[in-house]
Design a protein around this ligand. Structure first.
Ligand code: ZN
Ligand code: ZN
Length: 210
């Protein structure tokens, strides 16, 4: 850098020869004689070097500050990546768990419905069988009632006594007893429901513990 021929801003035709530290300006011989005689005057090159060093120090401080901020930024970015990985993994776990529980619940209710259908069918089959038996029995009984009436209505004595012998036998037959099947299946039906309810609660507890 050339420190010669620096024109004085105040005095035309004069060149600045020194730097006034107190006023922080370049000064020419006239400036010195008029104002800065007793001020702290130094060489322009020295003043320049001092100023440049001050700037460099300030610049260095700013750079260091920037490095620190950038390091912090990197740290935060790494944290974001780690958090995203953790989040996605956890999300996947929840999804997978959700699917498993859904399948189990679906399967559980499917089995529950199947058992109900089976029990229902068993009960209905049993009741229908009883109804058929009763219907058959009633029909047979009605036929016999008619036969008895026909016998009573006979006007011929020998025919009456002949018929009476035959009819007497079936008028003594016992009454129809409905089978115990209906009662038995109803109990079984209730038993299945109770066990399934217990299983249901057990399964729900297992799911919550996971
Ligand atoms: Zn001057
Ligand atoms: Zn001065």
């Amino acid at each position: 850098m050339d420190f010669t021929n620096i024109k004085c801003a105040e005095h035309t035709g004069q060149s600045s020869c020194l730097y006034c530290n107190k006023c922080e300006i370049l000064v020419c011989p006239t400036c010195i004689a008029k104002v800065h005689k007793k001020h702290d005057l130094i060489e322009i090159s020295d003043a320049y070097n001092i100023k440049v060093n001050k700037l460099k120090k300030g610049q260095s401080k700013m750079q260091k500050s920037n490095y620190k901020i950038n390091a912090k930024k990197d740290e935060l970015n790494k944290l974001v990546s780690a958090e995203n990985i953790k989040y996605n993994k956890e999300k996947q776990n929840i999804r997978s768990h959700e699917e498993t529980v859904k399948e189990q619940v679906e399967q559980y209710f499917k089995e529950l419905k199947n058992k109900l259908e089976q029990s229902h069918e068993t009960v209905l089959t049993s009741v229908k069988s009883d109804l058929n038996a009763i219907s058959l029995f009633t029909t047979q009984k009605e036929d016999k009632i008619t036969e008895v009436q026909n016998c009573i209505d006979l006007s011929n004595a020998s025919e009456f006594f002949k018929d009476f012998k035959m009819i007497e036998k079936f008028t003594k037959t016992k009454n129809h007893k409905p089978s115990q099947a209906t009662v038995h299946h109803q109990n079984l039906f209730q038993g299945i429901l109770t066990n399934q309810t217990l299983d249901h609660y057990k399964m729900m507890e297992t799911c919550q513990q996971k």
